[in-house]
Design a protein. Structure first.
Lengths: 168, 102
């Protein structure tokens, strides 16, 4: 792949992700936050394409920017407020939080830069879906089934919680 | 040359932004959004490790798929809880949900 194109694409996608993530936190209007969250998910899916994880990029687009973003927008709509312009306010711990988060981020960057990563120079697998299928359905089969049960339980629990139990 | 460090830095930055949002937001739906941001940051890191450290095994991508499934379950249950709280108390602001505070 062309080195320059890769670098430029990475920086554009990283800028989209970071700016829209900041927007999610900083916007006062909750609907704007939800739409910026969907944009952030699309940017992350672009990063997956750069990392040569094409199946995961498709899953990210379908599940996150499709389903999760729609569910969150629905959640915003169903918890209706009088004034939509001030639905996502911040509390009084902003200064303390930004100090703590700043220290945390500096620590993360230092750890990332001083860890001797054992990078491999091999090329990524070209056809990822057969390898992922092999891993999911043979090596990690128990975890796969557990996730299926977890999703079913979460779905039933969500329906029960949202609908409420009959008093009679 | 874009390497592992760049992707990890982006992941760390998005995680920090999401954590800041969880600590400072007052709306329950806003807090859920920030939790989704943090989960996405972790997914970026997992896929980056999978690409640059074990490019031919793809175990990191399988972990990311499990994380996506658990995140979907989490957002469904979380929003159901938010609906329930809104139905019972007519608010989604965490400052007013202080009945268990001492």
């Amino acid at each position: 792949m062309n080195e320059w194109a890769y670098t430029i694409a990475f920086y554009i996608l990283a800028a989209i992700i970071v700016v829209s993530a900041i927007g999610v936190v900083a916007k006062k209007n909750l609907v704007h936050s939800a739409l910026l969250l969907a944009l952030c998910f699309i940017g992350v899916s672009g990063l997956y394409i750069l990392l040569e994880a094409d199946y995961l990029a498709a899953v990210q687009l379908l599940v996150y920017s499709g389903a999760v973003a729609i569910i969150i927008v629905l959640g915003v709509m169903l918890t209706q407020h009088n004034n939509i312009n001030d639905t996502n306010p911040s509390n009084n711990f902003q200064r303390l939080s930004s100090i703590i988060i700043g220290l945390f981020f500096i620590m993360v960057v230092v750890v990332i830069n001083f860890t001797p990563w054992r990078s491999s120079v091999a090329n990524a697998a070209q056809d990822t879906v057969p390898i992922i299928a092999q891993l999911l359905l043979i090596d990690y089969m128990v975890a796969f089934e557990a996730v299926a049960v977890l999703l079913l339980a979460a779905m039933i629990g969500a329906i029960l919680l949202a609908r409420g139990v009959d008093k009679s | 040359m874009i390497g592992l460090v760049h992707f990890l830095t982006v992941g760390g930055l998005v995680f920090a932004i999401g954590l800041y949002g969880v600590l400072t937001k007052r709306n329950l739906v806003g807090i859920l959004m920030c939790i989704e941001l943090m989960l996405n940051a972790v997914n970026i890191n997992l896929v980056a490790f999978s690409r640059f450290i074990t490019p031919e095994v793809l175990v990191g991508q399988v972990f990311a798929i499990f994380t996506i499934a658990v995140a979907a379950a989490e957002v469904a249950v979380g929003l159901a809880l938010v609906f329930r709280i809104y139905h019972d108390r007519n608010t989604v602001h965490v400052d007013r949900l202080n009945i268990m505070r001492w």
